[in-house]
Design a protein around this ligand. Structure first.
Ligand SMILES: [Zn+2]
Length: 241
């Protein structure tokens, strides 16, 4: 069970979710820089306020980062834009053709988006997202096969999904894993980190010492990959109090 409330501190409004947990978690969420706090059930509002106040400079910094990224990530899907696949940058070329819409990589860094004449932005975005989904699906499929074998676990179900605040999720009970579509834009090592992380949740539900030890056993460099990943859009911080 969890209960929600709001706390206002100057211009910062935070959603406070009380849960049966030991540590306080603070997240600044995309796309608008909303603040979410997961707090232990018995922690007083004043104590939470004090902790938010201490973290205000960090919160403001994250919010400013989002504001900048929002501008950068606005896309019209027209020729000349930069788009990323697996960490590599491509230059988009929009081509109108009365054929089934498709995306083709050409040469070193050209990405051809081919749509029917007069296709609006929404349609162009849809074609791109479908393509991202297919490309990421192939990669994740390979990684899941590889890592299930290495770790000795089996997910009952996995899928790629558009998610706002998480790179991946694992439903420990149901053996169900979801991977964020946005990973198609990041280096494959990032996706591998997320896949291993979520598969390990099938063994260990929490991010406890045992979980960290398993991560280190299978992916010794997971910390730097995690940092690389979190330099991008989804930002997250937690600390013990
Ligand atoms: Zn996790």
């Amino acid at each position: 069970m969890s209960t929600n409330s709001y706390l206002q501190l100057g211009t910062v409004e935070a959603l406070v979710v009380r849960k049966p947990i030991k540590n306080l978690h603070l997240s600044v969420l995309p796309p608008n820089g909303w603040v979410r706090i997961s707090a232990p059930e018995r922690m007083k509002d004043d104590a939470i306020r004090t902790l938010i106040a201490l973290r205000l400079p960090w919160i403001k910094k994250q919010q400013a980062k989002f504001a900048g990224q929002e501008r950068q990530t606005k896309r019209d899907y027209v020729s000349g834009e930069s788009h990323y696949l697996f960490g590599k940058r491509y230059r988009l070329e929009l081509v109108y053709k009365n054929e089934v819409p498709t995306v083709i990589l050409k040469g070193k860094n050209k990405l051809i988006l081919q749509v029917r004449p007069k296709s609006p932005i929404a349609k162009r975005r849809e074609v791109m997202l479908d393509w991202y989904r297919q490309e990421l699906h192939k990669v994740v499929d390979g990684l899941i096969v590889k890592w299930q074998k290495k770790i000795g676990v089996q997910a009952k179900f996995w899928a790629i999904k558009r998610m706002k605040t998480r790179w991946g999720t694992c439903n420990h009970k149901r053996g169900r894993i979801l991977i964020n579509l946005e990973l198609a834009k990041k280096p494959i090592a990032c996706t591998e980190y997320v896949v291993v992380h979520e598969l390990l949740h099938l063994i260990e539900k929490k991010h406890d010492d045992k979980f960290v030890a398993l991560m280190t056993k299978y992916l010794p460099k997971w910390k730097s990959t995690k940092e690389e990943l979190n330099r991008f859009i989804l930002s997250y911080e937690e600390w013990k109090y």
